[in-house]
Design a protein. Sequence first.
Length: 84
Amino acid sequence: MGPTMTRIVDGLVELGLARREPHPDSARTLRISATPAGEVLMHEARDRRIEALVDALTQLTSGERARIVAAAPLLGRVARLDGV
């Protein structure tokens, strides 16, 4: 882990949102996982993003929403491209 990521993980651990555990197969590797409180925070953030998208989509006309639906397969392909 680089110094920036180490500081981020340190902060999350200090806040009780993440925990470090030794990797079972490598003494040089740590596993970072969310605590129950961290999982709650991530789920709440996800729900807020979904609500924001729903709110934005309801502002569009039915024709605009249909264009987004038509573009969805292309957007899925873009998301699966290496390096994205």
